[in-house]
Design a protein around this ligand. Sequence first.
Ligand code: HEC
Ligand code: HEC
Length: 398
Amino acid sequence: MPPTRLLLIVIIPLMVLLAAVATIPVFVGGGDNADTPAAHELKYAARTDPVVVALPPTHPADRHKVAEKLDEYITQLPTLGGVIARPDQLPDDQKTRLASVVESLFGKPAAPTVAGIDPATADRFALRPQDLASVVNHYRQSCSNCHGSTGNGRGVSGLYSFPHPRDFRSGKFKLATGAGVGTGRPRFADVMTAIKLGVPGTTMQATGLPDAQVRRLAGYTVFLSIRGEVEVELIKALADPDEAPSDIEAEAKKRLAAVLKKWTDADAEVPLTHAVQPRPEAVTPEYAESVRRGQKLFTSAQGACTSCHTNYGRTPTYRYDVWGVPNEVRNLTDKERHWARTPEDFVRQLKYGIAAAGMPAAPAGLNDQDLADLVHFVRELPFAERLPDDVRREVYPK
Ligand code: HEC
Ligand code: HEC
């Protein structure tokens, strides 16, 4: 068959079919059965999964219980000393009221909105109604399979991957480089970076889309995050008899304003003063000396890195992330880096930690030179041939 005929007879109809399947609404409950309401009637599903209020004081021993059974896992955290709030156990009248208040602030998938947002903030985070509406279908087709249609990180295929797809509803992200770096609240540019370049070594692929499109996807991600965070805060307040608000609507507006302020505050740039060298092509004696000091610090009590990165991270070790999920402490002999792309990223990571991931800030006693030494060491660690002989023998004993 000539290629043009093949294109007409097989490929084009197949593409039309695929496009049709991909647009089947998957909002409520993720199903596409005969009861699926028409697109304009779809609602964002109300949250039913447990909210992590406080993590257990102990460390998780493994991760295998989590896949597929995320909610069951989080539900049992109180037996380990954690605290959770259960939206499914709120009285029915509160559930109904909560759902209608959240919908009145954020709309439905056919017309997402952030009620009362000022134009400058809406513009800054791509949160204008027309920005949001223009990208709903794109998100539904490319993202909700993993991140879920409400941004709950519980899309049908996502839970099988580890780390799990981000649950946007905590307002916490692993990539945060601005004023929110200490708490894990990102800059808008960070959200765009994750979407554009992906997260190497995870199922989060680079989209490589043009900036205008990435911007809108980032806006929708932030929208879902804000919506989810306001909902979470109301659930926590309602679940706590001492705090339960009498006027949920007024409370919701107050919380929304506070969440928006957190995003705006975190969007401020924080310049780094540290002078970390770019990776030199050939290892100079001074650089080797810095790598050596870095290795000593890494394995010392002062650096405290090995309390988690045992055997440079080769021994499987877990820490809870802010979502209540056992997160793997990274094997730093692995060349793949999730977040650090530049020397500045490395410094920031060590100086401030990765709050959402359970990676703490470096001990306060370390000075700028110490941090630079650590960065130089960690950066060279996977490349045995670039380590000074004595360091290599220690890190990679035969
Ligand atoms: C195949 C599953 C999958 C798909 C599809 C996917 N993601 Fe992700 N995404 C992930 C995983 C897994 C992570 C978390 C990586 C980690 O924790 O290290 C992630 C992380 C992110 C982050 C970074 C969060 C942070 O903590 O800094 C953003 C933002 C994001 N995804 C947005 C999107 C958007 C927008 C789309 C659609 C264009 C999308 N993702 C599609 C799996 C997916
Ligand atoms: C309390 C446990 C803990 C301690 C202490 C700790 N880390 Fe980590 N570290 C983690 C976890 C968890 C991750 C995985 C982050 C993620 O989910 O992407 C990580 C990730 C990293 C990464 C990889 C980041 C990337 O881009 O992939 C580097 C580099 C790193 N740690 C270096 C250090 C250094 C250097 C020290 C000592 C100053 C240290 N860590 C101390 C838990 C810890």
